[in-house]
Design a binder for this molecule. Structure first.
Ligand SMILES: C[S@@+](CC[C@H](N)C(=O)[O-])C[C@H]1O[C@@H](n2cnc3c(N)ncnc32)[C@H](O)[C@@H]1O
Length: 296
């Protein structure tokens, strides 16, 4: 046992040394981002530096590159490697009913508000593998509102989107999903909304009918239509201030009068003039309403 622990520690130190041994400067990252933009059209130039740099280091290590030039050549010359690079940068980490307090707030306050519309549109931006989308669809169904909804779910990671479309929860995640659902105020059993197939849980077709999954890059693309509710949770955190501002303006412009906007718990509206754009509706849940702009 002590031999195993010793070996693991040694391995950890070796990996740390390898990561630290390759010095990737800000300038290197800037150049790499420029070349990625020119070659593949993805714009990472405005991403928050610390986490972006950490992920580049990880890919560098995984692909066993000797220097940044080698990494750059590898990912710029092959579409397959670029797709893996994109997947490594995109962090599609999510959960069913992630932050149950937030979903409880949606259920208690936002759904009754949506009830006043005969028809409404929802945009999940940065939806990753779709768990957030299915979570809200379940609550809409329980409130008798799913038939009035059009749900758009977007991300720039094609692998994440195709998993989202398939509507599958891995067997190992099902219990946690069930617990989160109950904590968020779910009244049934999650298994009511689908069935186990080959060990994994697959959501029923009826839940998926109102969903459209599409590729959309928040840094570069325009509005997705006029929405009643926009959720962009745990995504802005990866962007630098300038990009955050652009994306928040895009959301503000994409909302109907008094439309609703939801952020992740670690995110804020600090980078834009909040007074001009949004007003806080539910403080703890990070749910906002589009502010009425008074023209003088
Ligand atoms: C941590 S996940 C958030 C998933 C979900 N919203 C949640 O809160 O559980 C962040 C997602 O943002 C996506 N993302 C990052 N940069 C993006 C961009 N420029 N345009 C669209 N999506 C982006 C990633 O691909 C990833 O799936």
């Amino acid at each position: 046992m002590s031999f195993l622990i010793g070996w693991l520690n040694q391995e950890r130190r070796r990996k740390k040394f390898m990561l630290e041994a390759v010095v990737i400067s800000e300038k290197d990252i800037e150049k790499l981002s420029e070349r990625i933009y020119e070659t593949h059209g993805y714009d990472f130039r405005g991403y928050a530096q610390a986490s972006y740099k950490r992920r580049i280091h990880n890919v560098h290590f995984k692909l066993k590159c000797k220097n940044i030039q080698e990494l750059s050549d590898k990912i710029l010359n092959g579409r397959n490697l670029f797709d893996s690079f994109l997947a490594a940068l995109s962090v599609p980490v999510t959960d069913m009913f992630r932050d149950p307090i937030f979903f409880r707030g949606l259920k208690t306050h936002v759904l009754p508000h949506l009830k006043s519309y005969p028809f409404f549109k929802i945009w999940h931006a940065g939806c990753a593998t779709g768990e957030e989308v299915y979570s809200l669809a379940i609550f809409l169904q329980e409130a008798g509102l799913l038939q009035r909804a059009m749900i758009y779910a977007t991300d720039f990671n094609p692998n994440a989107l195709s998993r989202a479309k398939s509507g599958v929860i891995h067997k190992k995640d099902f219990n946690k999903s069930q617990i989160n659902y109950k904590l968020a105020g779910g009244m049934k059993d999650l298994s009511h909304y689908g069935a186990f197939k080959n060990g994994d849980f697959v959501f029923e077709e009826q839940l998926r009918e109102k969903m459209t999954f599409a590729s959309h890059n928040l840094v570069q693309d325009g509005s997705f239509g006029v929405m009643n509710l926009i959720l962009c949770r745990n995504t802005l955190i990866y962007f630098g201030k300038r990009v955050q501002m652009r994306v928040l303006r895009l959301f503000n412009d994409s909302l109907v009068h008094r439309g609703i906007f939801c952020l992740g718990f670690k995110e804020s509206l600090d980078c834009i003039d909040e007074e001009q754009h949004f007003e806080t509706w539910l403080l703890n849940e990070k749910i906002y309403k589009k502010r009425i702009r008074v023209k003088i």
